[in-house]
Every structure is written in C-alpha cells, then in structure tokens.
Design a protein around this ligand. Structure first.
Ligand SMILES: [Zn+2]
Length: 210
C-alpha cells in the first residue's frame, strides 16, 4: 500500500493519499487545502484517484474537495448528516478569517458499514457522530489502520462545542465503534501525530475506564 500523509492548510489537517501499488488506483481522504501539493503526490506515485472521502464537513477537511474533483474526476463522498454543515462553509470560513471556498457538491453519502474501494484497498465506514453529526472514520481491516478524522487524536478527542457537536455522542461513538477495533490498529488522526488503539485505550484521559 502507498500511503502519504500531508498536513494541509492553516490548521494542518492530515490529508491521506492511499494507493494500490499494483493497479495504481487511489483514494484521497480530507483534501482540506493545498490541492496542488496533493496532486504532486498523486503524480509522484502515478496514481489514479477513484474516491475523494471527507471525514466531516469542516472547512479544513473539505475545503479543497471541488478542486481535487475537477482535477481527477473522482466522486466526493461524505455522510449525509453533515450536509447542513456543508451549506455553512462560508460561515466556517469567516470563523477562521479565510476566504470562502466554492460550494461543495457531494456525489454520494457514506453510511455505517458501507465500504470504499480503490484497487484492492477496502475501507469500512464507521459512522462516529459527536464531533459533527456526520463524522465518519475509515477502517482498513487488511492494513489494521484507522483514518479517524477529528473523532480521535493521540491523547485527546475531537471538540464538541461547535454546531452539531455532542460530547455524549462522541464518547458513545468512541466506545461503541472505535475501541471495538484491535489494539494494534494504527490511528491516523485528523490532526497531529499517529497513535494506536491500544495506546489510546490505556492512556487517553477521555477513554480510560470511567
Ligand atoms: Zn473538524
């Protein structure tokens, strides 16, 4: 598997480019910004982007989606519970003092237990509401890897004080769906360093047994 993690934009969202070494088919997760650099990685590895997956509709994760869609022709996928947030991208841009991106059009909604494929790579969708209503994580069982969006970070969890956030729901999502994964699962959070499920289970202050 080819996997490049590129922190993009002013909030340094971890954008993942994940490709199949044989077929060169790929998916890009959370192209929040810096699409030219994302495209450089795609060219470097000679990849064909088949899917653009958005873990949730915050501007730092979705801001570059339409540019990448225009450059690759790949569909943009997002859980439908975040469509309302997507309509507020201009408001989100104002919070951050950024220029509003163009309107993002979603090609397909992703729901719990859906799969996303690129070549031989298969990711299972975990619907993990809490940071936003439509937050999802992507679990790659063959690679024991989780792309966690802003649901889980090394030593922390996603904030729940923005519109659509719920502390109760994120804790429920984490215990029900994320901690159900094997300890050795490598976690790629939406921001910051990588971690493992076992490490978070043992030491994350939000997750240790209450
Ligand atoms: Zn977020």
């Amino acid at each position: 598997m080819i996997h490049e993690i590129l922190p993009v934009g002013p909030l340094q969202c971890n954008c993942s480019v994940i490709g199949d070494e044989q077929t060169r088919e790929a998916m890009v997760i959370d192209p929040g910004d810096d699409v030219e650099q994302v495209l450089d990685l795609i060219r470097k590895h000679d990849l064909k982007v088949k899917q653009i997956v958005i873990t949730h509709a915050h501007i730092d994760h979705v801001g570059g989606a339409m540019k990448l869609r225009a450059a690759t022709g790949a569909p943009v996928l997002l859980n439908q519970n975040d469509y309302a947030l997507l309509k507020m991208l201009d408001v989100q841009a104002a919070w951050l003092g950024m220029a509003a991106p163009e309107k993002v059009k979603i090609d397909q909604s992703l729901s719990q237990a859906d799969t996303v494929k690129a070549g031989s790579l298969v990711a299972q969708v975990l619907h993990t509401p809490g940071h936003t209503e439509g937050s999802i994580c992507l679990y790659f069982p063959a690679e024991t890897m989780l792309i966690a969006g802003d649901t889980l970070f090394a030593g922390s969890i996603g904030r729940t004080d923005l519109p659509g956030g719920s502390f109760e729901k994120i804790i429920h999502s984490l215990h029900d769906r994320v901690l159900a994964l094997p300890d050795e699962t490598v976690v790629v959070p939406g921001h910051g360093p990588l971690t493992r499920i076992g490490e978070e289970r043992e030491s994350n202050p939000f997750l240790v047994k209450r």
